[in-house]
Each structure stands twice: as structure tokens, then as C-alpha cells.
Design a protein around this ligand. Structure first.
Ligand code: NAP
Length: 165
């Protein structure tokens, strides 16, 4: 199993505000859809609720401390370890591809950073006000291996980081 975090982050590391994204960038939505379709996605309960329901053609693994949380279309776990064990079973059996996406939010990116192999980070070159941040990580831990610039609707880069061996 390869764990890839996928996120869009402002210059001040903001990723969310009031349970939503602070921006609308259609090309980034498309990027997210193209990367995650056909894969398992791991997320915190708040991010799952921000989706407004399960997205097509993806397996939703949701982490919550609530006991009776049983939304339609999601596999729910009370610890990150249990969620990862379930994902390993799914990928080892060949039911789902090896690359599993961590799709947020801030709490989950942070707690899973040490297990993250790769980060697909959309770096928006502007500051946004918000209440949720992407965790700091160092260039000693992760190497930038690809960067592709876009100008509209705001300047941003699609950046790929890989964990150093
Ligand atoms: N820009 C981006 O790429 C991006 C991506 C994803 C999300 N977001 C934004 O980020 C915000 C949501 O992020 P967030 O940090 O507030 O919430 P989150 O990480 O999505 O979910 C937090 C919830 O996950 C559960 N949880 C967290 N750690 C756990 C653990 N160790 N064990 C069991 N359950 C655990 C808890 O659920 P319970 O409270 O149910 O116990 C907790 O309240 C929204 O604004 C969203 O739009 C942005």
C-alpha cells in the first residue's frame, strides 16, 4: 500500500474554512477527481460531511470517535490504525489499487503525516483566511519531484513530494 496525501493549500497553509474550501478552482477539482477515481480514500468525519455524500467510484474510509456513526456509502473506523488495516486488506487482496489517498482534513493529514509516502499538493500562491491548516513538513523528509504552474483563476502549482528513503 502506498499512502498519498492529496490537498490544496494556500500560501499561509490554509486548507479550510467553516467546513468548506476557501476557494473554487475547477482545474484542481478535476485533478482531485482524476487522481482519486478508482481508489480508496481515507478521511476524517468532518471532511466526509463536507463532501455532501460519497463520491462516485471511490471507496470511502471515514475516521470518527463517535460510536453510532453509520453513514451510507462509507466504511467507518474509530482509529487510524484500524482504518489502515482495513485498507491494507483491500489492497493486498487486489480489490483496490495499491495507492490509497488521504484526503484530509487538517487533523487527519497531521496524524497520518509520518505514514505518508507521497504528497500531491496544490500550492495556491495567495493567502486565504481559514480555520484549518496543512501540517508543516520538511524538505529533509520529503523531496519535491515535480512542479507544474497554472495562472487561473489564481496562480497555483501542482506539486509532487516523495518521502526520502
Ligand atoms: N484544501 C483541501 O485540500 C482540503 C481537504 C480536505 C478537507 N479540507 C477542509 O478541512 C476542513 C476539515 O478538516 P478538520 O481538520 O476540521 O477535520 P477532519 O480531519 O476532516 O475530521 C476531523 C474528525 O475526524 C475524527 N478524528 C480525527 N482524528 C481521529 C482519531 N485519531 N481517531 C478517531 N477519529 C478521529 C473526529 O471525528 P468525530 O468528531 O466524529 O469524532 C474529528 O472531529 C474543512 O474545512 C474541509 O473543507 C480541505
Amino acid at each position: 500500500m502506498i499512502l498519498t496525501a492529496i490537498a490544496a493549500m494556500a500560501k499561509n497553509r490554509t486548507i479550510g474554512v467553516n467546513g468548506d474550501l476557501p476557494w473554487r478552482i475547477p482545474e484542481d477539482f478535476k485533478f482531485f477527481k482524476d487522481k482519486t477515481t478508482g481508489h480508496i480514500m481515507i478521511m476524517g468525519r468532518k471532511t466526509f460531511e463536507s463532501l455532501g455524500g460519497p463520491l462516485p467510484n471511490r471507496l470511502h474510509v471515514v475516521i470518527t470517535r463517535q460510536n453510532n456513526y453509520e453513514p451510507e456509502g462509507a466504511h467507518v473506523f474509530s482509529t487510524i490504525g484500524d482504518a489502515l488495516d482495513f485498507c491494507s486488506e483491500q489492497t493486498d487482496s487486489g480489490a483496490w489499487p495499491e495507492e490509497v489517498f488521504i484526503i484530509g482534513g487538517g487533523e487527519i493529514y497531521k496524524q497520518m503525516l509520518d505514514s505518508t509516502d507521497r504528497i500531491l499538493l496544490t500550492e495556491i500562491q495567495r493567502e486565504f483566511e481559514g480555520d484549518t491548516k496543512f501540517p508543516e513538513f520538511s524538505s529533509e523528509e520529503f523531496a519535491e519531484i515535480d512542479r507544474s504552474h497554472r495562472e487561473k483563476p489564481v496562480p497555483f502549482d501542482f506539486v509532487t513530494y516523495e518521502r526520502r528513503d
